[in-house]
Design a binder for this molecule. Structure first.
Ligand SMILES: Nc1ncnc2c1ncn2[C@@H]1O[C@H](COP(=O)(O)OP(=O)(O)OP(=O)(O)O)[C@@H](O)[C@H]1O
Ligand SMILES: [Mg+2]
Length: 529
């Protein structure tokens, strides 16, 4: 049976073409399918390194202007990981030992060329094993770093949280007594001004305490289902007021972004902290971009992925064109109280808070920065699975596309409302969500429309207090015509006990004032039950 040929890409560093021929011959005989490059001197060797893509380097022990050992050193200096076999005409054990010590993977005498292919094969195997160990070591190192970082954050967080809590009580005392003292003193006096200052400074301290509590996760996260695109769009106005006018804000938001579970307030804080840092880094002008995309979990994310059952992440990339961060400072930026800003300008808590909030969301952060060019933070937040999404109530969804998807519908709804403004508002909103809407301005008109469209109407949403016929009377009439009628009563009043029995027969009651989200969610739920 014909043996399959092993493909191999070789760089020969050799000035004698006959030697190259001989080695090629041996390799091919040993069932290698060889593609080769030849460097005959130092210059050609250096040129070949420009974009070196070979499996192995086979180098003569000494060329007129380059030795094999020098070649190994040059490869190491340039961080090029490739196995090197040294070949020599004459040699002794000492030369062999020195070569291996310097990093050659094997050392072969020309007179032993007969077993050359087998030696190359073995060298490639040894190299592959070494590479696996190197990758595993690097991976281990990375995991240790991650563990160390999270333990550090955890312990500093606990400490800060403890202090912040006690400090908060002290501040409450200081501010309370200061306010009391103020009452006992005429306004405008020096003492009253001093007390005002005490209160002002205490307020600043209490802001700091709030930051500490945020960082130490003493403020619990309240998760809702969120469309991140929407969250960014809603905050962009505020962010642009916060940064200089000369900073251009760009959005690059992926359509149909999947939903995530997030604490809106705290996540807004994440965006703000990035924006403030970017503003400080850009000193007045530049570009700040927010980008969103959904990415499936890839192999390289596995070690960072805190929840193995999450298969997809929403990635929010915040990029600025600011001063960038030094390579040596990069590992420190998430440390609490690490700041390069002037005293009084930065507490060094911004990114620690970001870290704490993002890890609290089951995600992580990557950062890339080039000194003088800018910085890019990537925040990974787990995508909520379809099953989990199906099990959530629309009330737990924060506006935007995601809510739309959950509360839209094609059914026909009769709106009964005497107030013109409310009638057209509801009509507009429900039409936007895809519903077919019929309108009546009082109970009598509603009754007529209902009878005319008996089969078509899936739900009636009626105000309670209306001229001619009240919502409750209307409900009783409709019940007689169609016992299975679905009915939502809208009211601004507390309902009498006596009316309880009627109300129990209705699908739902909606108290005024209501939000768009609330009425849309209630309508969808009523239609679905
Ligand atoms: N976008 C950025 N560009 C350049 N450097 C940054 C950027 N973001 C953070 N840094 C560096 O990281 C440090 C820590 O940031 P962090 O937000 O934690 O604290 P701060 O901004 O100094 O203070 P605080 O946010 O508490 O007011 C900053 O002082 C700055 O040196
Ligand atoms: Mg900051």
């Amino acid at each position: 049976m014909q043996e399959t040929l092993k493909k191999i890409n070789v760089l020969f560093v050799e000035d004698n073409p006959d030697d190259v021929e001989l080695e090629l011959y041996e390799l091919r005989k040993g069932s290698f399918d060889v593609s080769q490059q030849v460097a005959r001197n130092r210059d050609e060797f250096l040129a070949a390194l420009e974009n070196l893509d070979v499996d192995i380097v086979i180098a003569d022990y000494s060329l007129p202007d380059l030795t094999g050992i020098e070649a190994i050193h040059i490869l190491r200096e340039r961080n090029i990981a490739v196995p090197v076999i040294l070949i020599t005409g004459m040699g002794n054990e000492q030369v062999a030992v020195d070569s291996l010590r310097e990093g050659a993977i094997d050392y072969i005498l020309k007179k032993n060329i007969a077993g050359f292919a087998a030696r190359v094969d073995r060298a490639l195997d040894i190299w592959a094993d070494r590479q696996t160990i190197v990758t595993m070591e690097a991976e281990k190192e990375k995991l240790q770093q991650q563990l160390f970082q999270s333990q550090k954050m955890e312990s500093v967080g606990r400490l800060a949280g403890g202090i912040a809590h006690d400090f908060n009580n002290l501040l409450t005392g200081i501010m309370g007594y200061a306010s009391l003292s103020l009452k006992a003193i005429p306004e405008g006096t020096q003492v009253s001004k001093n007390i005002h200052t005490i209160i002002e400074v205490s307020k600043r301290a209490s802001h700091l305490v709030k930051q500490l509590l945020l960082f130490s996760r003493k403020i619990p996260l309240e998760f809702k289902i969120v469309d991140v695109n929407n969250l960014i769009r809603e905050n962009v106005g505020f962010i642009s007021r916060m940064v200089e006018e000369t900073v251009e804000i760009k959005l690059d938001l992926q359509d149909d972004l999947p939903m995530v579970k997030s604490d809106v307030g705290q996540f807004t804080q994440v965006l703000m902290n990035f924006a403030v840092n970017a503003r400080d880094a850009m000193e007045g002008s530049g570009t700040l971009e927010f980008k969103t995309e959904a990415v499936p979990v890839s192999d390289e994310m596995i070690s960072k992925n805190p929840s193995p059952d999450v298969k997809e992440y929403v990635v929010i990339t915040v990029t600025d064109t600011g001063c960038g961060i030094d390579e040596e400072n990069l590992p420190k930026i998430f440390d609490p109280f690490y700041s390069t800003k002037e005293v009084g300008k930065g507490t060094g808590l911004g990114l620690s808070i970001v870290y704490s909030i993002v890890t609290g969301h089951g995600g992580w952060i990557d950062v890339e920065s080039t000194k003088g060019k800018g910085t890019s933070f990537k925040v990974y937040i787990p995508v909520i699975s379809e099953e989990a999404l199906a099990g959530t109530s629309p009330e737990s969804v924060v506006s935007g596309e995601g809510l739309r998807r959950l509360v839209s519908g094609k059914e026909t709804i009769l709106i009964v409302e005497d107030e013109e403004v409310l009638r057209s508002f509801s009509s507009q909103m429900l039409t936007d969500l895809g519903y077919n809407v019929l309108l009546a301005s009082d109970g009598e008109e509603a009754l007529v429309i209902f009878q005319e469209n008996l089969e078509m109407i899936d739900l009636v949403v009626s105000d309670m207090i209306m001229p001619k016929k009240s919502g409750i009377e209307l409900f009783n009439d409709l019940k007689k015509i169609k016992p299975a009628v679905k009915f939502i009563l809208v009211t601004g009043y507390c309902l009498e006990e006596a009316e309880g029995h009627i109300l129990r027969n209705m699908e739902a009651i909606l108290m005024k004032p209501y939000t768009t989200e609330k009425i849309a969610a209630l309508i969808r739920r009523t239609l679905d039950t």
